[in-house]
Design a protein around this ligand. Structure first.
Ligand code: HPA
Length: 245
């Protein structure tokens, strides 16, 4: 059973034929919401909205540990994380779907490990390749079968938020090698790794990052909402193909 964690623009999975919902108690507190179990084209799947059902939990307050623990508790076989991002690399346009392959982490103050000195022997997980190769392959294959364009390989920079970046910060991210920027990719990815859960991300470019393209005079999400909405529709078809076949 695959899990889908949805972010901004994907707060429900309309193609999920819901069977039941479950609030999971975890040693780390409450997950962002009830897990929604169901089937996509006859195959089991579970959905969790990262920011809660009313989209009220900001990126730095998401209980990433509870979310991943709850999914692991329900024996999911992998996690697909959907998140919107700002595009830094010149060829990326709002509405593009990106499959990141690497991460730069600029977040701070988040509970970012299960090995937190609570009596469990510390384990330094290997994180050389932060995303699962097989899940990435399946996402790409689904995109190819549907003729949905997916930009392969991008370095994802995770910033603290909830504010957007300054233009100078985006310049620094680019110098560091980042192609896209978002606020939720970490510690989600590493917590999945600590639990041994295959994890991959699908990013949707919602806007040009600060100071780039048409964001040179500021970022105005309202005018881009329809682009994000349309792109999330394509992401849904990718997920449907991936889970259901
Ligand atoms: N920066 C950080 N996170 C984001 C952005 C951005 O420009 N767009 C969507 N999520």
């Amino acid at each position: 059973m695959l899990a889908i964690i949805g972010g901004s623009g994907l707060t429900t999975l309309s193609n999920l034929d819901v069977s039941h919902r479950e609030v999971v108690r975890t040693p780390y507190g409450e997950a962002s919401g009830a897990l929604v179990f169901g089937q996509i084209c006859g195959q089991p799947a579970v959905f969790l909205p990262r920011h809660g059902y009313g989209h009220t939990i900001p990126p730095h307050k998401v209980n990433y540990r509870a979310n991943l623990w709850a999914l692991h508790h329900h024996k999911v076989t992998g996690v697909i994380s959907v998140a919107s991002v700002g595009g830094i690399r010149g060829d990326l346009q709002p509405g593009d779907i990106v499959l990141p392959h690497q991460i730069l982490d600029y977040t701070w103050g988040r509970n970012s490990t299960f090995f937190d000195g609570n009596g469990t022997p510390v384990h330094h997980v290997d994180f050389t390749e932060p995303y699962d190769a097989e899940l990435r392959r399946r996402i790409l294959e689904a995109g190819q079968q549907l003729s949905v364009d997916i930009k392969v390989d991008a370095v994802y920079a995770a910033t603290q938020g909830p504010r957007l970046e300054t233009a100078a910060e985006v310049n620094r991210l680019e110098r560091d090698g980042a192609d896209v920027v978002g606020m939720t990719g970490m510690p989600e990815a590493v917590l999945a790794r600590e639990l041994g859960l295959p994890y991959a991300a699908i990013n949707v470019v919602a806007n040009h990052a600060a100071g780039r393209g048409d964001s040179v005079n500021g970022i105005h999400f309202e005018s881009l909402e329809h682009v994000l909405h349309e792109a999330m529709g394509r992401v849904r078809t990718i997920i449907e193909r991936l889970v259901g076949y």
